[in-house]
Design a protein around this ligand. Structure first.
Ligand code: SF4
Length: 295
């Protein structure tokens, strides 16, 4: 049978959306300039025709009525205009009677340009969760990696969505500033997440898809990559400085050396002890075996 959705690869989604229906109303990332990211460099950003999207949704609704979760791709679907989003969410509600969550990646700027009432309307229409790669709460690092956002814009954008009832899952990128900026990256990132109090928080580890030399140029050559103990110490400073009430924390992405999971702050001390154990005795402490070579 012909499946009614056509995808433009490569496509990415958060791990927690593995069972969701993925729709692709926006192709690529409207920013597409972060120094460390190559997810959408092969795609020219565009928004797909709304009628085409509605036709896909109607088609899936005819064969899969039990859809409960939908994820809107690609890189920042929250850039979509409010009217477009409302039409899309309306079509989803009509096609999938059991739908209980729509989510999307967002840039803080995409949220900030929408009014409080618009965000509330979008939330009431079904958009319940946004995934935001804050990457760092340190303005120097954010500028160096060309994120196009600041610590303040991240806080303002996400808090605006939160006020409208939209939950957030935010990501911090370990090692982003190299050795030189490691401490301020960790401390200022904690300050930002403390201000947001996100429902979900995760850390991933920086990789170099364009090569180390390309990334170094961003730092005007002044970039010394963190080694594994540096990354663990950075994580310890970050977690130690968090003051979170009820945030589910995960560092279990394939890029992470040490798998940590828990509730911050209830389980903060336990997680700090696990980091200490990994630093003191890496062979015993649950570090991924493939990373032990780097210690
Ligand atoms: S905003 Fe996100 S998807 Fe876009 S370039 Fe930056 S990291 Fe990549």
């Amino acid at each position: 049978m012909h499946y009614p959705i056509s995808y433009e690869e490569p496509m990415f989604r958060p791990p927690s959306e593995a069972r969701s229906l993925i729709l692709q109303p926006a192709i690529g990332c409207s920013w597409n300039r972060c120094a460390f990211c190559e997810m959408y460099t092969g795609k020219k950003f565009r928004i797909r025709d709304l009628a085409e999207m509605k036709e896909e949704i109607r088609g899936v609704g005819e064969i899969q009525t039990d859809i409960r979760k939908v994820f809107l791709a690609d890189g920042n679907a929250m850039v979509l205009q409010v009217d477009y989003l409302m039409e899309l969410l309306g079509a989803l509600e009509k096609a999938f009677p059991k739908l209980n969550r729509v989510s999307a990646y967002a840039l803080p700027g995409d949220l900030f340009v929408k009014t409080d009432d618009e965000l509330k309307m979008i939330h009431e229409a079904g958009l319940k969760l946004i995934y935001v790669g804050i990457e760092s709460g340190d303005d120097e690092v954010l500028k160096l990696i060309n994120k196009g956002e600041t610590a303040a814009s991240s806080v303002e954008g996400i808090l605006k969505a939160k006020k409208a009832g939209i939950k957030s899952s935010v990501m911090i990128l370990s090692g982003l500033g190299g050795k030189r900026y490691s401490r301020q990256h960790a401390e200022n990132s904690a300050t930002v997440v403390n201000a947001i109090q996100p429902e979900y928080l995760s850390t991933l580890v920086l990789s170099y898809p364009h090569g180390m030399e390309h990334y170094k140029k961003r730092f005007k050559g002044d970039f010394e990559p963190c080694d594994i103990p540096d990354l663990l110490r950075e994580l310890k400073i970050f977690i130690g400085a968090t003051e979170l009430d009820q945030t589910v924390f995960r560092s279990d992405h394939a890029s992470n050396y040490l798998i940590l999971k828990g509730n911050l702050g209830r389980e903060k001390e336990r997680m700090l002890q696990e980091i200490d154990a990994a630093l003191e005795n890496p062979g015993m402490a649950g570090l991924r075996p493939e990373w032990l070579r780097g210690l």
